[in-house]
Design a protein around this ligand. Structure first.
Ligand SMILES: Cc1cc2nc3c(=O)[nH]c(=O)nc-3n(C[C@H](O)[C@H](O)[C@H](O)COP(=O)(O)O)c2cc1C
Length: 196
């Protein structure tokens, strides 16, 4: 079975009506409250696959995805950082870790892993799963905590965590188009938005 066949089979098995890409992008919101219901393994596989499909500089794909479902571990992570409390009730966490040996250019390393995170968040939302990006800043207590907690080797660093669960309710989509931040040909020259 090739990758396409596997994905097709997965989509059929999911039995979930997925959103089209543009709808998923413009309706995605961070979800921090979860019902407690579980996400099926097939759904999780599809979300992980979305991560693997992200673009990366020189196609190096310098990422590792650590799936955390152990409740004690989720609670431990939720208590270690003031902005990760939602993990306590999440069905799972995906720790996106970056391999600095595979991609030594730090800016590319973080950009690649960020692309993977956003792909997974959009895929999750598209399939009815709620998620939120939990940031990790290099050389902070939170960063060190994750390194130790997940037994990361020296060259593998945490880039970001994703908290996932079945949402309690859907958040409203917001119009965030900022005309003043779109420039015409050069910075400072107002873009004429004919669709605003
Ligand atoms: C790099 C990054 C780090 C973030 N870190 C956190 C976090 O630690 N905890 C959290 O609850 N949300 C975090 N968020 C989510 C943002 O708070 C959220 O995306 C923002 O408020 C916009 O809301 P929306 O996602 O509903 O559109 C992070 C988002 C990004 C892109």
């Amino acid at each position: 079975m090739n990758n396409n066949d596997e994905l097709k089979a997965a989509a059929e098995e999911l039995n979930v009506k997925s959103l089209d890409t543009v709808t998923a992008i413009i309706t995605r919101r961070s979800v921090r409250k979860y019902s407690g219901d579980g996400i099926g393994d097939q759904l999780l596989h599809t979300v992980l696959n979305a991560g693997f499909c992200a673009p990366s500089a020189h196609n190096r794909r310098p990422w590792h995805f650590i799936v955390i479902r152990n409740r004690d571990k989720l609670i431990e992570l939720s208590e270690a950082y003031m902005y990760s409390k939602m993990l306590k009730s999440a069905d799972c966490c995906i720790a996106v870790c970056a391999d600095a040996e595979v991609q030594p250019t730090h800016d590319f390393l973080i950009a690649d892993c960020s692309a993977a995170i956003e792909n997974m968040l959009l895929c999750a939302h598209s399939l009815g799963i709620g998620g939120v990006w939990i940031g990790v800043v290099k050389n902070t207590e939170w960063y060190d905590f994750i390194k130790n907690s997940l037994s990361l080797p020296a060259s593998i660093v945490p880039a970001g965590l994703i908290s996932l669960g079945v949402p309690v309710r859907s958040a409203d989509a917001r119009d965030r188009f900022e005309t003043g931040k779109v420039h015409y040909e050069q910075f400072g020259s107002q873009f004429q938005d004919r669709f605003a």
